[in-house]
Write a protein that binds this ligand. Sequence first.
Ligand code: NAP
Length: 604
Amino acid sequence: MATVALEELDKEAVKKKYAEERAKRLRTEGNDQYQRLEGAFGDMGADPHTPFQERDPVHDHVTFAFIGAGLSGLVVGARLKEAGIDDFRLIEKAGGVGGTWYWNRYPGVRCDTAAMIYLPLLEETGYMPSEKYVRGPEILAHCNRIADQYGLKDKALFQTIVSGVAWQEDRKVWRITTNRGDDFTAKYVAMATGLLHIAKLPGVPGISSFNGKSFHTSRWDYEYTGGDKEGAPMDKLADKRVAVIGTGATGVQCIPHLAKSAKELFVFQRTPSSVDTRENHPIDPGWFKDLATPGWQKRWMDNFVDNMGRGVPTEDLIDDGWTEIARRVREKVFSLPPDKMNPEGMREAFENADLEKMNEIRTRVDHVVSDDTTAQGLKAWYSQLCKRPCFSDEYLPAYNRPNTTLVNTDGLGVSEVTETGLVVNGQRYEVDCIIYASGFEYGASLEFKSGYDVTGRDGQILSEYWADGMRTLHGLHIHGFPNAFMVQMNQGANMISNIPHNIVDHAKTLAQVVAHAEENGFATIEPTEDAVNAWVTTILSTQAGMLASTECTPGFWNNEGQGWDMKFRQSQGHPGGAEGFFQHMEEWRNSGAYEGLEFTRQGC
Ligand code: NAP
């Protein structure tokens, strides 16, 4: 594919275009422009995938309770079982395990991170992924494989929403209550209630007045569309005019399938995604057998981190779109003349790598999409890391189908939904069905996203303790909340390109610390206030992190263009990046000193 060489690119003109496109999309109401799912869209707690199961409430005691049965709960459960903690309970609002992969069953759902490093516990389960990037159903099946192998469903409470988590100082246990009348205690509690699971709708007037069918992608209605999550054709759409709102990572995946099935498809786009090639392929069993020697998955996960980091990796085992971004920046930096090896020179090297890549991505649109107006509308005018980069070999060709129309709102978005369709800039589009690929709440508070607050020692409320920002040791332990653990990536590695690596590392720490407490007869584990203060200072010692700049086009990564306040910025990752954090944790665990943690016995 012929692209313009960097030297021939009018960089200033490109940057001017970036600023103009960004200005079109800035909205003063920022994140408040969205609305929640309710009414006809269904209560987000309602589960379309598993019929409601009646059961008696539980009133017992378990050693370890985990709130959330996504990948975090499963990996922690597996590691605890390996460490001899057998009495483990998952509590989950869905009807089964899998978290995001339980809910998101839209056509085309797939993970953009290579399965060899995304699917945890491949060595332990002996499972070989079928493809380099696997589909959602395969990921969900792997979640069930882990749960079954480690017996994690035995005491699980599904379709259950936690209503309270409170520390009982006299007994040194957590009391957990739920919407199903459960009231039980646990010596330890861990929480991973989800990063992107509360669906949101565009703040467009008239959404509830639409008389046709509408649903959010995370609640796909195969009854209406026909087909199934395995990819069967959506035959019931053959006589339907369908609208999809949103062209983020979800839209990019489901649009090609809708284009194949619908009589007519209208894609309402506010900001185009950057869509690079995918080049997926099946995994060869012979190749897999040769590489799968003991410790292989850790080596692969570490290799990904090395390739995304600041050093010079010896090889790139993963070789995907993420490592390519990092490789291009490295090449530009290392080719700098000695007098430009300074922060300014490096910033320019980064910018050049990005301008070159984005130019290639835009040129690809011209090569694939036959209609020129459509092709121009699909070009992303911003830096690749301003928004979540997308990868697909099917998305752009979908626009060459005669039944598929890009409705380019030029940054404005849909202005209104009526009883019979949508309005953009005064033009009406009559449709039978509207599918909202409009994403999920990101910046909302933990207690809002979890649906409960946590009461620690002396009645301390977690949301009040964190009112000015998150305070933890390693993103995992909280002072004043003994035996409680947060399994998530903030104040940790903050690695968004391979979220399971964050989980695997936290699970290792957690299992080791809990095993140490159990072996030595300790009643509580808690970080000292000094250790937490020191960790927060470390976190705030850098501006680095994944938070996209306000110079970027608006999106959930940069708080819809408004930028993040100090409170939110306190959630960023370790100053050494993922490699710095993982290395720190490895050394911390290996020392066996558990610096910063206090272990006490009953009665202390
Ligand atoms: P998203 O990235 O937030 O995309 C929402 C889309 O809705 C955007 O295109 C947004 O446009 C559009 N939108 C919002 N309001 C609109 C309006 N009034 N009119 C027209 N369009 C409007 O959500 P998502 O695609 O569900 O992805 C969320 C995250 O989930 C991803 O970033 C990723 O982390 C994860 N994910 C991963 C995969 C994968 O691995 N392949 C797949 C799916 C999701 P603007 O861009 O202008 O705001």
